[in-house]
Design a protein around this ligand. Sequence first.
Ligand code: MLC
Ligand code: AMP
Length: 517
Amino acid sequence: MSTSNLYVHLRQAFPADLDATAVEVINGPSAGLRYSWRDLDRASAMMANLLASLELPGGARVAVQVEKSVESLILYLATLRAGLVYLPLNTAYQRAEIEYFIRDAEPAVVVCSPQNHGWVSKIAFSCGTRYVYTLGDDRSGSLLDRAAHHRDAHEPVVRAADDLAVIIYTSGTTGRSKGAMLTHGNMLSNARMLQRYWDWKPHDVLIHALPIFHVHGLFVAIHGALINGSPMLWLNRFDARQVVALLPRATVFMGVPTLYVRMLAEPALTPAQAAHMRLFISGSAPLLIETFRDWQQRTGHTILERYGMSETIMLTSNPCLPDARHGDAAERRGGTVGFPLPGVDLRIVDDAGHPVPVGEIGGIQVRGPNVFKGYWRMPEKTAEEFTADGFFRTGDVGRLDADGYVTIVGRSKDLIISGGYNVYPAEIEGFINEMPGVAESAVVGVPHPDFGEVGVALVIAKPGAQVDAGQVIAALKGQLANFKIPKHCRIVPELPRNAMGKVQKNLLREEYRHLLV
Ligand code: MLC
Ligand code: AMP
């Protein structure tokens, strides 16, 4: 029977020699281990059989907060095979954040790291989760123990293109985080299209150094390699020196701009070291033109920048090969995110929703087979974000030039992108405003040499109250994921406001733009 189960399509691309290496682990407790294609297939079959034995209803969620390891990749593949819905969670999330996601998503299965089992299982069971397993990055934990009792063959469950495969939570500009629901069809269409657009070759080897709980590391990188039958050099944790050392063994690298900035600081990065590489891809955050140029100078390679988001996977890309749709242009232009990808309709609109002339700035709207199904249990929010003719409002602001290149110039959503992670000021301000003695706060993004942009908190104390900036930061730690913690806090007498009384964050961003650079 025909199926859109993504695993089936990835599996079909595995090379004929199933004993060849699919993943070689570079760092972490399993450094030196090699996993063959057969290992991936068998181990994911065992885990899928374990999940099947739980007899969960269709659409049941499997929430996963574990350190990166090949076993966690196998768990993702197993969840696809079993036809269940994978819900990855950033390992930096703290208790309150995890509690929100579990309460909202009501997963049937939760997999956490062994050291978090105590508090995670308490939250999970109180939210109705039936099964909690553990998985360590050193191949420890109850998930593997249980899976070991199951058969290493498994027939993937038949899924339609429109069936849910993954929920990725994205923070909200106001209030609650939203779970973006992605289908097997969304992911398969995007993966196949990128395989062609980025001209994946039979002998490509990918350096995988990104976390695997977000779109970039999980979908763009892993799907990219697997759907091409390409092996991965696998780093549990990004290490600039190790990546530079691996370049002669690889052909493709994907990173957020911070990874490129850190690699540029490595003296070993030279044209000779990078000579074997075919493609360097950057995304998730704006790549500074200086980084783009420095990279060209240091390696002889032109970084290919692309743009996407959790709700849509990949949307635009600079060309890898000449692109016939744009007069065969093959130039990768720094400062732009390239052309709308084949199959993606992209338009730039004014506040009234009318397309703007070429070269003018407006909101970016998109439509295509890659665009998600909606926000989990938020039909009104979903309806708000789509236009009547089916375009999704990205919240990004940009322009399209006469040659067809898209440039992102800002965001209509109040969002900071720090080292490739999204930080929503409203969430941080909510925590700060609850602190004793605090009247009000504003968190804004300022340029940072390593993370590109980081949050700075401006806090007003209540009349007569003493608030200590260091204590504000200290109090946030432990409550929020570490990448969300502002890197600097200042107590200020007032905040600039417009006639409506709204804090003018643009003025604050201007005032503090040189604070950390
Ligand atoms: C870590 N810290 C960060 C941070 N990462 N602070 C701000 N922003 C970040 N991204 C904190 C640490 O907790 C620590 O705080 C201090 O900063 C220094 O940490 P570090 O050791 O230097 O960080 P490191 O562990 O090396 O992590 C940096 C990183 C990581 C760049 C490797 O952030 C990373 O992997 N980023 C990639 C994110 C990603 O994959 N995004 C894709 C989203 S998908 P303290 O207080 O403990 O000292 C998407 C769609 C698309 O956006 O288009 O792709
Ligand atoms: P996320 O919600 O984590 O998937 O983040 C998606 C957001 O990251 C987009 O809406 C953009 O604002 C931003 N983004 C992704 N790629 C780029 C890029 N190449 N340049 C600028 N911003 C980007």
